[in-house]
Design a protein around this ligand. Structure first.
Ligand SMILES: *[C@@H]1O[C@H](CO)[C@@H](O)[C@H](O)[C@H]1NC(C)=O
Length: 221
């Protein structure tokens, strides 16, 4: 009896899901949080409650999950980057370059473990680089350039992750911010695959660590 009851529940809930939305409910909740935090989101974001099915501009989905958010070069788009963005667990690309975002990068973005491209360049972001970004092991591009971010470049220790863990990253574009302190020697190691390491236009001090010589893939610094 309980089994039949359970079966009916599953059929019912599956049916409701298909009728109401092509978007995974978890992603709907997260995208609504973005819409509520931001000003001047695209008009299509007002017209539907199903960001994958009746598509929201800038949102790409695969199998009901949001895989890409691309709202670049939209200077009217403003507001903070809400922590709920970290709930879009299947996100592969986050491209928010050249908008007018303010506030700091929430540490919850470190939960986006499938992310390959993280580009929030040319906004008005402040605050520090969350060490949690070091948890995004497949990250290919980290572009924070042309913001007003501060603090030191985070490296891992026994308690927290750091940028040194991003062994698959090809691009660290961190130029034109207000990063300070020295370039940590442990940021660079032989198992990194960086091609571009751009740190210019900051307030970094000291020498370039000799560990730079370990990064065989490096082409430009
Ligand atoms: C990084 O990932 C590990 C393993 O999943 C987790 O235990 C830890 O809390 C994460 N750290 C941060 C700062 O997100």
């Amino acid at each position: 009896m309980a089994a039949i009851h359970l079966l009916c529940f599953f059929i019912f809930s599956a049916g409701v899901h298909v009728i109401s939305s092509e978007t995974d409910p978890r992603d709907v909740v997260a995208l609504r949080a973005l819409k509520d935090s931001w000003q001047n989101t695209p008009p299509s974001w007002e017209k539907s409650d199903d960001p994958c099915g009746a598509p929201w501009e800038g949102v790409t989905c695969i199998n009901s999950r949001v895989t890409s958010l691309d709202l670049s070069l939209n200077t009217g788009l403003k507001g903070p980057i809400p922590p709920q963005l970290g709930d879009l667990k299947k996100l592969h690309m986050l491209l928010l370059s050249g908008c007018s975002f303010t506030g700091s990068i929430p540490s919850e973005l470190g939960n986006l473990v499938e992310l390959s491209f993280l580009d929030v360049s040319s906004n008005s972001l402040t605050g520090q680089i969350p060490p949690s970004l070091g948890n995004i092991s497949g990250l290919y591009l980290l572009d924070l350039s042309d913001n007003q971010m501060t603090g030191s470049l985070p490296v891992s220790n026994s308690i927290t992750p750091g940028l040194d863990l991003l062994k698959n990253a090809k691009h660290f574009h961190l130029y034109d911010n207000q990063f300070s302190g020295t370039i940590p020697a442990t940021l660079l190691s032989a198992d990194m695959t960086l091609i571009h390491l751009f740190l210019d236009g900051n307030q970094l001090v000291g020498t370039i660590p000799s560990t730079i010589g370990l990064v065989q893939t490096l082409q430009m610094m």
